[in-house]
Ligand binder design. Sequence first.
Ligand code: ATP
Ligand code: MG
Length: 395
Amino acid sequence: MNRVILIKYGELTTKKGNRNFFIKVLYENIKNKLQDYQVNIKKDISRMYIEFEDKDLKIILSKINEVFGIHKYHVAYKVSSDQETIKESVLDAIKNISFDTFKVNTKRSDKRFEINSMDFNNVIGGLILKNVNNVKVDVHNPDLLVNIEILPEFTYIYTNSYAGLGGYPVGTQPKSILMLSGGIDSPVAGYLMLKRGVKLDCIYFEAIPHTSLEARDKVLSLAKKLSKYCNKIDVHIIPFTEIQESIYKNCNPDYTITIMRRMMYRITERLAKRKKALVISNGESIGQVASQTLHSMSVINEVTNMPVIRPVACLDKLEIIDIARKIDTYETSILPFEDCCTVFVPKHPVINPTLEECLINEEKFDFEEQINTVMKNIKTITIREKDKNNYQDLL
Ligand code: ATP
Ligand code: MG
């Protein structure tokens, strides 16, 4: 018997007018993800079918688990839509499964099939009772659910159901610039943006020699982990040393972080416009540190009109860590290389900064000029899912 992976879209089904576009993007994403395997992918308005070589099933399923926009999937037997074949195939499909109770669930979308769904449930139920010892029907809480979907061309039989990643296919929304640091929060924020179908470019601020190349490498490794979900990501590296040193030399120490973050936002907005990104995203979480109180966020956010999306804003650190572990970024994030925030941390960062005080501090050096210089010296590295893990030799 041939097997296929049956993919169900889930949330996509709410997208009336855009539905075909969403399905097309999902199709392209899956095709790209499985490009190294011998597969045949077909799509229709409600699902996708992937034919595969048996030896690749396990690896293909693991790849499918990295594609957003899949609600549920099944590994199904694909047989012709005649009664005798279906009966034989059901027995074959369940022969290695141990269960005490079962239920048959037939869906007949081909009304030419001579028996209605209810009656066919009874036919197949009777067949299983006759052929498998000591089993009973339980319609409420069966150990085994035997699904039979009868379509005009083929019938699909499956007894399993796997949860996909959900969300929307990456590429169904325009681009965001993700502020990616080496910490725990921003890769999780990136993952959640991708989950909503948003394309990502990353921006990373570094202050060499105060920060190390290892810190950069760590950020690139994190981008690599995210690229699993979107094939490739551009990381734009911002030479931030001069600006940071100017802040450090000229500004009230309590305000250095606030001013630094205002500079980061200004640069991120300029990059976003250059890269045609519509929104900024980052890993800020309300109240986590002084620069993330609502007072701070509001004063920092004041430098841009661009929407700033903070996917982890309302999550506890432990909840963020849970996701970081799930997406395998946690172990990389906790490597001990300092990024530019930690190097310049003041003793008493202001918790309730005022805009007025920020403006007074920013008068003290020509940041516009410095930002112009920075914008001319950005290095961009494209990280691909398939790259080797060593990035330093790319620069
Ligand atoms: P942690 O997990 O330790 O909190 P973090 O990366 O969240 O690390 P924060 O100081 O909380 O660090 O910074 C808040 C957000 O600002 C980050 O999530 C990230 O989006 C952005 N950010 C901070 N530092 C940088 C940087 N060097 N480059 C790019 N973005 C940064
Ligand atoms: Mg943080």
